[in-house]
Write a new protein. Sequence first.
Length: 65
Amino acid sequence: MIFLFIFALIWTGLTSALWKVKEGITNILPEIMVFLGEAWIILIPFAIFCIIKILNFFRVMVKGF
């Protein structure tokens, strides 16, 4: 029972953090696109790749936990 409570707290914290990251990216993305010009076309797939790697890392850590 306590494990479920702790898991719920961790999940809520991760969800809240990811939501704040999403809002931050949404707010700053237009400025980044203007600043980088055409380079953002290359950088966005790289950023998606990095996000997938980070999420896989969390998946492995939770599976090990």
